[in-house]
Design a protein around this ligand. Structure first.
Ligand code: NAP
Length: 255
């Protein structure tokens, strides 16, 4: 699977455990040139340090996906420095911590709005920004979780946001397909990342997967990285509007 000659944007790298980083690393190893974003100064150093370990230099740009002006500035920088884009990896998600531990019926209007805005609407905004730069077709990839379809303890409003995200994948795929822009999602099994640490009882979920998934183990971020490179690249040129599970098969189990 080669991405030689391809130019990509990756959002959602917080640290070396981030699923977006796993995809960025594999994409770079496969030959892609990358732009990476960070949200707020707190994460800039992390992202710059990680980017320094890649084979070729990356463009590093700040971007809070909740801010339209930052999204606009991001694509202006990419146009200026890279000229065009072949793929976007969307690995940003957020819900206020209390919404991931209190009973779901206690979700506030603001927590609901924030979760949907940052975790789902942002894909639509990024697709719109990337579209004019994808002059030779392209690929958008996002990250979702089984909590979009089934109830998992404390996933709560994030499940609602992931359902909106997966539905947005299908509408965007239909909208952008005529321009040969594909839109897909990876539904990853649980991986211990910064975002996952905010979900109460996350370690218990890891244990259940180890016990019941057909492969009897937890998902490794490198597995998500490899599938990401597949979906981004030409090997997946016939696939769009899809949610592909990288979860050791857990989603097929009834009990
Ligand atoms: P992560 O390393 O914490 O990555 C989440 C990223 O989203 C962080 O870089 C975070 O930055 C960023 N983000 C939050 N709000 C943002 C905003 N307003 N603008 C820009 N970026 C923002 O955790 P992860 O687990 O790799 O998450 C990546 C994606 O995978 C998420 O969509 C997550 O739901 C999904 N996923 C994760 C798992 C899992 O078990 N880990 C399973 C399935 C799907 P800050 O740190 O600054 O907030």
């Amino acid at each position: 699977m080669t991405l030689t000659g391809k130019k990509g944007l990756v959002l959602g790298v917080a640290n070396k455990r981030s699923l977006a980083w796993a995809i960025a690393k594999r994409a770079s190893e496969a030959g892609a040139e990358l732009a990476l974003t960070f949200q707020g100064e707190r994460l800039e150093e992390n992202v710059r340090e990680l980017a320094g370990t890649l084979a070729r230099e990356s463009l590093i740009v700040p971007c809070d996906v909740a801010a339209d002006d930052q999204i606009e500035a991001l694509f202006a920088r990419i146009r200026e420095s890279m000229g065009r884009l072949d793929f976007v990896v969307h690995g940003a998600a957020f819900a206020p911590r209390e919404a991931l531990s209190a009973p779901f019926s206690q979700t506030t209007r603001e927590a609901f709005r924030m979760a949907l805005d940052i975790s789902a609407y942002s894909l639509v905004a990024l697709a719109r920004g990337a579209q004019p730069l994808m002059t030779e077709g392209g690929s958008l990839l996002t990250l979702t979780y089984l909590g979009a379809e089934r109830v998992l303890p404390n996933y709560n409003v994030m499940g609602v946001a992931k359902a909106a995200l997966e539905c947005s994948v299908r509408y965007l795929a239909a909208d952008l397909g005529p321009q040969n822009i594909r839109v897909n999602a990876i539904s990853a099994g649980p991986v211990k990342t910064l975002a996952a640490a905010g979900i109460s009882g996350f370690s218990d979920i890891l244990g259940v997967y180890r016990e019941r998934a057909p492969l009897r183990r937890n998902t490794e971020s490198g597995e998500v990285g490899d599938t990401g490179v597949f979906l981004i690249g030409d090997a997946a040129r016939g696939i769009t509007g899809e949610v592909l599970y990288v979860d050791g098969g857990y989603h097929v189990m009834g009990m």
